[in-house]
Design a protein around this ligand. Structure first.
Ligand SMILES: [Zn+2]
Length: 402
């Protein structure tokens, strides 16, 4: 008799592959498969070596700077139109086989014609993957905070000119301590007025950003009509678990947070964040808000089980999942659902709620949203009727299920 033995029981998938999933936070240009990475190493397109894939410590980072250095070492791996288009297609098709029905993929803004071409490449990848698997995707264009607020505003103007139907979101990435989040108020308002949803990185490394986020986004975004395609989410947001005030406000305003559990576990936090103590008060840059820190920093950057995702769900904050940087974090969206399970999202309907939140807060038109939600509802009805689907929502079947 053939027996399947998992070398490490802890690595056994914890969420069924048929459960509809959504990938809501992925920096797509470096989402190469291991095979693609291997070919780039062979042709010396990166200073990294093959041991990057097997030595555990290679994909753990002391701090954001160390992570960014590795990111830079990889940057040249996706430099042509064909490389970007095939990286997008390959990643989306891989996650479709893991059960993903939707992905919102990020690409950073660059000035000039090169960017137009990049967006065309991403679009070609999305269309090919959709044709082959049925997976739906949209693009979030991000501006790097290290380049400042003016660059972010330029990005929005450029996006309006591009008029690419797949670009439906705008985000901010980079060092959260380099300037004030409030400096981006104008850029965020411009993006919103241009018809884009907002999903900036907030409170991944620096809690003050979450306080300023609340005063910097357009008022209108708090109360969006269900038929509007624009949504307000934050990338990460994980540090808000340190403040009951912030958690309450995020819950009241239904701000969706993209949890990236592997990324949180693999990148160390800055000293100022680790030093925050109960009783400290953070004030918004415009003085309009004061929040108190009243919970200890959870040790999720060491132990995945410590991640506060389950607390967020209990507090009614809508959360969804993202793999952030699959190659650099040794993850994929299927694994992130298993990580959430490890961190306390054990009930299958709670795992499904992560997808439901994602679809509810996706930057898509009403027809697409309702079609995607149909997959979520169909899975729920099947399971509640006592049956087990034998394939994913998009029709993938596996010969063997662990
Ligand atoms: Zn990210």
């Amino acid at each position: 008799m053939i027996k399947e033995v998992f070398e490490d029981e802890a690595k056994r998938p914890r969420v069924d592959y048929t459960l509809p999933k959504a990938e809501m936070h992925v920096h797509i240009s470096l989402a190469l498969s291991n095979d693609m990475f291997g070919r780039r190493v062979k042709s010396r397109r990166t200073p990294l070596e093959m041991d990057f894939l097997v030595k555990r410590e290679k994909r753990y980072y002391k701090n954001l700077t160390e992570f960014h250095n590795t990111y830079e070492a990889c940057r040249g791996m996706t430099s042509t139109y064909g490389e970007l288009a095939s990286t997008v297609q390959n990643y989306l098709e891989r996650i479709a086989r893991e059960g993903a029905i939707y992905a919102e993929i990020s690409n950073s803004f660059r000035e000039g014609d090169e960017f137009t071409r990049q967006m065309e490449a991403v679009q070609a990848g999305i269309e090919a993957a959709r044709e082959n698997t049925g997976i739906e995707s949209r693009i979030v264009v991000t501006s790097l905070r290290n380049f400042g607020a003016e660059k972010a505003e330029k990005a929005v103007v450029a996006l309006q000119k591009l008029n690419n139907p797949f670009i439906t979101g705008f985000g901010l990435v980079g060092d959260e301590g380099v300037d004030s989040f409030a400096d981006y108020t104008r850029a965020l308002n411009m993006a919103w007025d241009a018809g884009l949803g907002l999903t900036p990185h907030v409170a991944e490394q620096n809690l003050q950003n979450a306080v300023d986020f609340l005063t910097s986004v357009p008022r209108e975004a708090w109360d969006i009509s269900p038929n509007d395609s624009r949504r307000l989410r934050v990338g990460h947001g994980v540090l808000i678990h340190m403040s009951t005030d912030l958690m309450r406000e995020f819950a009241d305003r239904e701000i969706c947070m993209e949890m990236c559990i592997s990324a949180n576990k693999r990148i160390g936090l800055p000293r100022e964040t680790r030093k925050l103590r109960s009783g400290e008060v953070l004030t918004a840059s415009d003085g309009s808000r004061r929040i108190t820190v009243d919970n200890k920093l959870r040790q999720y950057y060491e132990v995945a089980e410590e991640h506060p995702i389950a607390d967020f769900m209990k507090q009614n904050i809508p959360v969804c999942l993202g793999s952030d940087n699959p190659l650099l974090m040794n993850t994929n969206i299927g694994k992130e659902y298993s990580m959430a399970h490890k961190a306390g999202i054990e009930n299958e309907m709670d795992s499904l709620a992560l997808t439901r939140n994602a679809i509810k807060h996706a930057n898509v038109d009403a027809i697409t949203r309702s079609r995607l939600m149909g997959h979520v509802n169909a899975f729920e009805q099947t399971v509640k009727a006592g049956h087990r689907p034998d394939r994913t929502a998009l029709g993938y079947k596996r010969a063997f299920v662990a």
